[in-house]
Design a binder for this molecule. Structure first.
Ligand SMILES: NC(=O)c1ccc[n+]([C@@H]2O[C@H](COP(=O)([O-])OP(=O)(O)OC[C@H]3O[C@@H](n4cnc5c(N)ncnc54)[C@H](OP(=O)(O)O)[C@@H]3O)[C@@H](O)[C@H]2O)c1
Length: 312
């Protein structure tokens, strides 16, 4: 089958479109004829030797942790999925999952049925960012109705889903983005918007119960000033999580890091929200698998609205 592989860690040029062996499946897995794979910042961070690189083991490595496609073969112990089923998933993270490929072997506890009204490309982008948003808001953030939430990088992959999920949970939602994204954030449900290019985040939002920090580093530290007493920040970029947590502790604030976990039940809940119409996914662009280098360049620019996906 065709796939994207890297043979050495590096920038986009390290991505090579080539022939690789088709994966085999275990009893509790399905083989999926893949239609699309989602792109996330962790992909290019890992390919360049950061991110999840320490979990990858020996190179070569086929990147990608999320996908959507059609079940071709089901393992002997699989009950809920059969050949022909349309599925999507976020799998094996942080170990190698091989989703930038024509076929993917997926553990069934980490996939869900794709809603009939959802495109494969849309479903492929939902897993990693959707579960991050869900786990940050509800599992780590303990968000409840009536609370005030600030989402930093609200127009990005995680942020645009977090805004919608927080709004649906009955929260008052503030989002940060450049001015060009403000009308978009309001269309997603943001009650208030901050222009990070002209406003200081720490002075522009106050009395927050929860900050979902999609930026980390100095921006995350600045956002500690937005928390009300007893509020908490969930900081997403792992490379700066310790710095944000240390700054929060010094300031008497609660801060938590996160590592998104595969979860088929939560994927099914996201799919249900999509079917019901309360959750949308914005596709920034669909890029052919063979042109994955260009998709990594776009993602690394830091200004994608919604999700980029590779089509297969
Ligand atoms: N720990 C975990 O498990 C986990 C899971 C998922 C993601 N993450 C991390 O979380 C971060 C966000 O992920 P993502 O997929 O949402 O990223 P993304 O899609 O690449 O985010 C892009 C967005 O960031 C916005 N942005 C850029 N600079 C900004 C600033 N200074 N203030 C506010 N917004 C700004 C851009 O809006 P404008 O175009 O308007 O500037 C753009 O819409 C990444 O570092 C990612 O690696 C961690």
């Amino acid at each position: 089958m065709k796939a994207i592989r890297i043979h050495a860690f590096g920038g986009p040029d390290a991505l090579s479109y080539e022939e690789v062996p088709t994966p085999t499946i275990q009893a509790n897995e399905v083989l999926v004829r893949n239609k699309a794979a989602g792109i996330n910042p962790i992909d290019w961070k890992t390919c360049s030797g950061g991110g999840a690189a320490s979990f990858i083991g020996k190179l070569p490595f086929v990147p990608g942790w999320e996908f959507s496609g059609v079940v071709e073969l089901a393992g002997a112990a699989v009950e809920d999925f059969k050949p022909g089923d349309e599925v999507f998933g976020f799998i094996r993270f942080p170990e190698a999952a091989g989703c930038y490929a024509e076929y993917v072997a997926a553990p069934v506890s980490q996939i869900a049925h794709k809603p009939a009204n959802m495109l494969f490309s849309t479903a492929a982008g939902l897993g990693l960012a959707g579960l991050t948003a869900w786990q940050a808001l509800f599992d780590k953030g303990q968000l409840s109705s009536g609370q005030r939430v600030l989402v930093l990088a609200a127009a990005g992959g995680v942020g645009h889903l977090a805004v919608q999920l927080a709004k649906a949970a009955g929260a008052h939602v503030t989002g940060s983005a450049s001015a060009a994204n403000h009308a978009y954030l309001q269309s997603l449900g943001c009650d208030e918007v901050i222009d990070y290019q002209t406003q200081e985040v720490g002075k522009s939002a106050q009395n927050m119960d929860l900050v979902i920090d999609g930026m980390g580093g100095d921006t995350g530290i600045e956002a500690l000033a937005c928390l009300k007493p007893g509020g908490r920040i969930v900081t997403l970029p792992s490379v700066t999580a310790d710095a944000v947590i240390r700054a929060a502790e010094a300031d008497g604030k609660q801060a938590l890091g996160i590592r998104v976990e595969p979860n088929g039940e939560q994927l099914a809940e996201l799919a249900k929200r999509y079917t019901e119409g309360s959750l949308q996914l914005t596709l920034a662009a669909e890029v052919p698998l063979a042109e994955a280098r260009s998709a990594h360049q776009q993602s690394a620019s830091g200004h994608v609205r919604g999700k980029l996906v590779l089509t297969i």
